[in-house]
Design a protein around this ligand. Structure first.
Ligand SMILES: [Fe+2]
Length: 161
């Protein structure tokens, strides 16, 4: 878990000082992820959960009022409903497989973006961007993604809702 704690202290610094731009923060996170992606994925395999009925969220780290790091395991074809995010938004990255995000800007307008790791490795969304739905589009391959919500989205350690 050292790598996760390393990330949590990076996030802690970001949310404490509040003077780092989002762009710098994303770049820093991207660099952190690329330092040892293979090692990180191997580590996360110990924590990821899959459920045949619904994508499965596992909280890796949580600071009650500030942020949480959530790992999501997706079986082929599983996806979210259209949803918004906490006030500080959500940073997320697909570490294995692929995810497809559809952005909804309101009044029925939507754009669809498919992203792969590492090409589009980090995505950020908050409610000023609109809402989104995320799906694992593969018919055969699972996906695994890491999400940082600020403040925490979840109230339980694992949920399938
Ligand atoms: Fe989301």
């Amino acid at each position: 878990m050292e790598k996760i704690l390393d990330l949590s202290s990076h996030l802690d610094e970001f949310f404490t000082t509040g003077n780092e731009s989002l762009e710098n923060f994303e770049n820093g996170l991207q660099e952190w992820l690329r330092q040892d992606t293979t090692g990180l994925i191997t580590l996360l395999h110990r924590f990821v959960k899959y459920d045949k009925d619904k994508y499965c969220r596992s909280i890796l780290y949580k600071e009650d009022d500030r942020f949480e790091i959530v790992l999501i395991g997706w079986e082929p074809g599983q996806g979210t409903s259209i949803h918004g995010h906490p006030s500080g938004g959500c940073l997320f990255t697909c570490l294995e497989g692929e995810l497809q995000e559809t952005l909804y800007h309101g009044m029925g307008q939507s754009t669809s973006t498919r992203f792969l790791f590492p090409e589009d490795s980090i995505r950020f969304i908050d409610d000023t961007h609109g809402k989104h739905a995320v799906v694992c589009p593969s018919e055969a391959t699972r996906s695994m993604s890491l999400h940082i919500y600020a403040p925490p989205f979840s109230t339980t350690t694992t949920t399938t809702t």
